[in-house]
Design a protein around this ligand. Structure first.
Ligand code: OAD
Length: 252
């Protein structure tokens, strides 16, 4: 493992432009469960019944009760972990230029990363379905459901539900980052949800080196990833950032 970390750190140290794609696994050590696999949220609830836009439009109070309120409380108290900090360290070293995250928890920004593309939106705010006014989600975590705007419209979280498009600005920013990177870190994602899962494939086609960090293998591990660093993201990212910091940009 030590040799693998050193080799991957060398790729980072020699790169011109490193970016990261992150998923729920990077926030597991912050106490937020993933969606898939053991202990995953979708083991307990059916995403098509609670996380699809049609389910929300049909019965917003039910989706607020079964999913959004608990998630809102959980995210409100979560803190960034070593994996988020590892990406901040790589940015400070002048190596990492941006993060594309599928997470809606805001933990990259809380850790101090400055260029974060929120591919699946954010849970920090809600918007009114009628007048589109935004407000912090913390205003909606207690009280009657569904929460209503002053205008009487139903409030929804600013995340992407299943059945919805990726926000255009996030999609374009992600594509631009992918097109120009020469190393992509892929941290804590099962790489099963499109179009995010396509990003490492596109980066690879453009000649980028793919460094995957995950507890388990994914569909990328044996075909797309050049490096598969198996283990908890916190430990792996701390080691990678430390090793890259000790190297000069020629990898020596
Ligand atoms: P998943 O829950 O599908 O996958 C989490 C990944 O993290 C898995 O591959 C785990 O092996 C890995 N993992 C778990 N704990 C880890 C740890 N401590 N360190 C490293 N890896 C760990 O999450 P995503 O890939 O992010 O979309 O899921 C993508 C999308 O599916 C989410 O954004 C969400 C969901 O439905 C929407 O809500 C639109």
């Amino acid at each position: 493992m030590e040799a693998l970390i050193q080799q991957a750190a060398k790729e980072i140290a020699c790169a011109r432009n490193v970016i990261a794609l992150t998923g729920a696994g990077i926030s597991v050590e912050s106490g937020i469960p993933p969606f898939r696999g053991k202990g995953g949220l979708w083991e307990k609830i059916d995403p098509m019944e609670v996380a699809h836009i049609d389910a929300f439009m049909e019965d917003p109070a039910r989706v607020w009760r079964l999913l959004i309120q608990d998630m809102g409380h959980l995210l409100a108290s979560a803190q960034p972990n070593d994996a988020h900090q590892g990406l901040v360290a790589l940015e400070k070293q002048g190596r990492l230029t941006s993060i594309i995250t599928q997470n809606v928890d805001g933990l990259h920004q809380a850790a101090g990363s400055s260029r974060v593309v929120e591919f699946h939106g954010s849970f920090a705010t809600v918007s009114c379905l009628k007048c589109h006014t935004k407000q912090p989600i913390k205003n909606c975590l207690t009280g009657e459901l569904p929460p209503l705007c002053d205008c009487g419209g139903v409030l929804r979280p600013d995340c992407v539900f299943f059945g919805e498009m990726i926000p255009m600005n996030a999609f374009h920013a992600a594509q631009a980052a992918v097109a120009t990177c020469d190393v992509m870190l892929v941290v804590g994602t099962s790489a099963t949800v499109q179009p995010a899962a396509q990003m490492p494939v596109m980066a690879k086609q453009n000649g980028a080196v793919i460094i995957e960090v995950n507890l388990d293998s994914t569909p990328l591990s044996h075909s797309i990833s050049d490096y598969m660093i198996k283990g908890p993201a916190g430990n792996s990212m701390r080691q990678l950032a430390t090793a890259a910091n000790e190297m000069r940009s020629d990898g020596s």
